[in-house]
Design a binder for this molecule. Sequence first.
Ligand code: FAD
Length: 394
Amino acid sequence: MPADSSAATVLADVEAFCREIRPVEELCYVERRHNDELVPLAKKHGVLGLIVPAELGGRGVDATVYAKCLARIGREGTGVRTFFSGHTSIGQYPILRYGNDEQRRRYLPKSAAGDCILAFGLTEPDAGSNPLEMTSTYRREGDRYLLSGVKYLISNGSIADAVVVFAYPADKTGSERRMSAFIVDTPGDTFVAEEITAKPGMYTADTGMFEMSAHPVPTANLLGNEGDGFRIAMGTLISGRLSVAAGCVGVIEDCLAEAIEYAKTRVQHGKEIGRHQLVQEHIAEIELARAASDAIVTRAAEAKRDFDADPGNPELLAKSDLAVAEAKLFAANAAWRAADHAVQVFGGRGWSELYRVGRHLQDVRVCRIYEGTDEIIKLKIAASVLGKDWAAFH
Ligand SMILES: Cc1cc2nc3c(=O)[nH]c(=O)nc-3n(C[C@H](O)[C@H](O)[C@H](O)COP(=O)(O)OP(=O)(O)OC[C@H]3O[C@@H](n4cnc5c(N)ncnc54)[C@H](O)[C@@H]3O)c2cc1C
């Protein structure tokens, strides 16, 4: 793994990774199969532990540099970026932020080295927007917990070696029934995972589900204290949302580059289509989406960087939570519209998985759903400016 962790070096390594992953990703996409070369290539370029401190085998970049890395990765497709969100933004991040030294030492170096792929398991078939409605449970048995339940729509969920999982105590009720978070090693007969393949895009990325049947987890793998789960989940989602928003900037950048090139070369009615004013309107809309998304994501990344430097500060937490929610909502919608404009510039070829813009359009749609749907993020933003008493749900 490269030792130099200056921002420029890390970004150069991300660039090298992106250049190598592109042809592989394109082939896997048209063949509709999982990209098995992503992890080996990311390992080769030392980009599997971007936020992990150097002393634990990572690159130790802050949220602003990490956002730039994810924007670059996002150009290669929402599927590639989603892998990094699952592994790093919501996999390594909660261990880094809420884990103890021993947990960090056990999981972060091997995950940064690519020897332990991570995921985050909050959603269940009957608990999505409201994770409090989850039904997964745990009970203590000696020096281990036994976890039971089903987790659904989990990025990297069928390839992960360890998952940060949330569950309620089976033996508690009322106000004592508060969820906890665990680092769950996946091998074993009591943990059965499968890939979800029925999806309209992101074919190269793993989306999985798994069932735990009294799956044993050492007590040493409890993250934080019992009952801390909801706080850990919500804190982790700030990191996850920023990664989605940053990836969307990359999607828009790529749509712009593709649309410009196509508009300058495709000729109809005797001239390059980029000379038709209505085509220029599409280009202008994509550029506007890029500039605005880049600005709002940069602002959010700076707020997150400041919070990470002072994690006990409730004001910085609230500020970064809001800024990141705004960035996620804005950039996800801007990317969706930008991809639509780019597809229009490409005409019939745009409506094809053989072209990058068509793939972006179908893949980026999920960014308006995961890590908080548009609706949930809007309600969150409104509650934070109206005041908690006005929250549409609790
Ligand atoms: C490809 C993919 C990858 C994912 N990766 C992960 C992952 O790694 N880890 C993980 O834990 N989860 C993951 N998810 C799950 C994702 O976070 C959920 O799908 C999302 O939170 C929405 O939950 P739901 O699908 O159950 O929809 P629901 O919660 O059932 O929502 C359905 C609709 O109702 C709306 N709605 C719900 N409640 C309200 C309300 N109070 N007011 C207004 N509207 C409301 C929603 O906005 C939505 O439009 C992933 C999902 C996908 C598709």
